[in-house]
Write a protein of this length. Structure first.
Ligand code: AVJ
Length: 370
C-alpha cells in the first residue's frame, strides 16, 4: 500500500516487515520512512474535525456560481500546485519565505529561551522546512525533552518531515497530527506542560479579518498562561514590491493561479480553458491586501459536468482566488488583541518586510489558577 500526496509516493509498510528485510536497493528516504512506525519516538494520529469543512462542490456553488466570483485558496495545492508554490518561493521577487526563514534562524534562540517549551505544536507544518531552526535552538538550549507536534492535512508529507527531523535531532519525539485545521482545533490532543504553538508563512493573511480572529481565538482557547504562539505575518510595504512578489517575471505565480482551473477540470469534470484566462495580482491599499484574480479574456461559457451547472463569464470578468493580507505592527497587535492574545516580542528584518510575533494570552484573558 502506498500513499500519494503532493506528487510524491510514500511506501507504507506492513508491520511484519522488519527493517532487516528491506532490500538494499530501496532508496534511503524509503528506508528511513519504513522504520518510522517501528520507532518509539514517532506517533501518527488523526485529528477529527470539530465542524464540517465544506468540500469543493459546496465552495464552487457558494463562491464560483455567484457574483462576485471567488474560490478559497486551499484548492491550489494539488501535486502540481504544491510544486509550483515551492518554485514561487525560489523566485527573486517572492521575498516572504526566505525573509521568514532568515528571521527564524536569527530569533529561534530567543523564542525558545522565552517559551521553554515541552511541546512545539505547528499548524500547517507542510515539509517543516523552517521548524528546523526551532529544533536546533532547543538542542542548543539543552531542552531535548521537547516533543514536536506537526499538524497538516498531508500524511505522507508529515511522515517524510518526521523522518528527516528525527534523523537530524537525536532523541526528538514527533507526534504527527493529520487533519484540517479549518475544521477547528478543539479535536487536538492537549499534552501537559508548556506549549509553543507555531503558525508560519503568513498563512493567517489568507483569512478574512473575522476568520483570522476566529482562528486565533480557537488557538487561544487551547492555551494556558505558560503557553505561547509564534506567528509569521507579512507586512505592508511599497505596492511595487508587493505586486512584484505576486507577479514574478518568470510567470510561476501565474502558472500557480491558472493551475486552479486544472484542479477544477479534474475534480468537477469541467471544461475551463486556462488559455482563456489570465493571472492578475493587485495590491488593495484600502484593505491592505494582495488580491489574486483569474480574469476571463473573452466572453465564454464553462460547463461543470459533475455539478450539472454552467458558468457564463463576461470578457474581463474576474474570479478572486486568493487574498493575502499585509499587516502593520498595529494591525497585527489589534488582531491578536481581538483574539485575547498580546505580543511579548516582535522580530523583523531592518527593512520591516516581515514579522515574527511571539505572543501569549493577554493579561485580561489569562486564566487565573484555582
Ligand atoms: C504562503 C500561502 C501565504 O499568500 O503569500 C504565494 C501563497 N500565493 N504566491 C501568500 C501565495 C501566491 C502565500 N501563502
Amino acid at each position: 500500500m502506498s500513499l500519494k500526496c503532493r506528487g510524491i509516493w510514500f511506501p507504507r509498510y506492513v508491520d511484519h516487515v522488519s527493517v532487516w528485510e528491506i532490500p538494499a536497493h530501496v532508496p534511503i528516504m524509503d528506508q528511513i520512512l519504513s522504520r518510522l512506525d517501528m520507532d518509539e519516538r514517532f506517533r501518527c494520529m488523526r485529528v477529527p474535525a470539530a465542524r464540517p469543512v465544506p468540500g469543493l462542490e459546496e465552495d464552487v456553488r457558494r463562491g464560483l456560481l455567484v457574483r462576485p466570483r471567488s474560490l478559497p485558496p486551499k484548492y491550489f495545492y494539488d501535486e502540481r500546485g504544491s510544486a509550483l508554490f515551492d518554485r514561487i518561493c525560489d523566485t527573486p521577487e517572492y521575498y516572504p519565505t526566505r525573509t521568514e526563514d532568515a528571521l527564524l534562524a536569527a530569533c529561534a534562540g530567543q523564542v525558545i529561551a522565552r517559551a521553554r517549551p515541552d511541546h512545539i505544536i505547528e499548524l500547517g507544518s507542510g515539509a517543516s522546512r523552517k521548524t528546523g531552526h526551532l529544533l536546533t535552538a532547543l538542542d542548543r538550549a539543552g531542552l531535548d525533552g521537547c516533543q514536536y507536534w506537526p499538524f497538516d492535512v498531508c500524511e505522507p508529507m508529515l511522515r517524510q518531515a518526521a523522518a528527516r527531523l528525527m534523523a537530524a535531532h537525536a532523541g526528538l519525539r514527533v507526534n504527527a497530527l493529520v487533519g484540517d485545521y479549518l475544521g477547528g482545533l478543539s479535536g487536538m490532543p492537549r499534552p501537559g506542560g508548556r506549549r509553543l504553538f507555531v503558525f508560519l508563512g503568513s498563512t493567517v493573511g489568507n483569512f478574512e479579518p473575522a476568520e483570522a480572529v476566529g482562528f486565533l481565538r480557537e488557538l487561544a482557547a487551547l492555551m494556558d498562561s505558560g503557553d505561547s504562539l509564534l506567528l509569521g505575518a507579512d507586512r505592508v510595504k511599497s505596492p511595487a514590491v508587493l505586486e512584484a512578489a505576486y507577479n514574478d517575471a518568470e510567470g510561476v505565480t501565474a502558472a500557480f493561479n491558472l493551475n486552479l482551473l486544472e484542479v477544477l477540470n479534474r475534480e468537477l469534470d469541467s471544461d475551463f480553458m486556462p488559455d482563456a484566462f489570465m493571472h492578475r495580482a493587485l495590491y488593495n491599499a484600502v484593505d491592505q491586501r494582495i488580491e489574486m484574480y483569474l480574469i476571463s479574456r473573452v466572453r465564454q461559457m464553462v460547463h461543470l459536468s459533475r455539478l450539472g451547472e454552467h458558468l457564463e463569464l463576461d470578457a474581463g470578468e474576474s474570479i478572486l482566488t486568493e487574498i493575502s493580507r499585509k499587516f502593520t505592527p498595529e494591525t497585527l497587535e489589534a488582531m491578536l488583541g481581538e483574539a485575547g492574545l498580546e505580543s511579548v516580542a516582535r522580530f523583523e528584518p531592518e527593512n520591516g518586510y516581515f514579522s515574527l510575533v511571539h505572543a501569549r494570552l493577554s493579561r485580561r484573558s489569562r486564566v487565573r489558577p484555582l
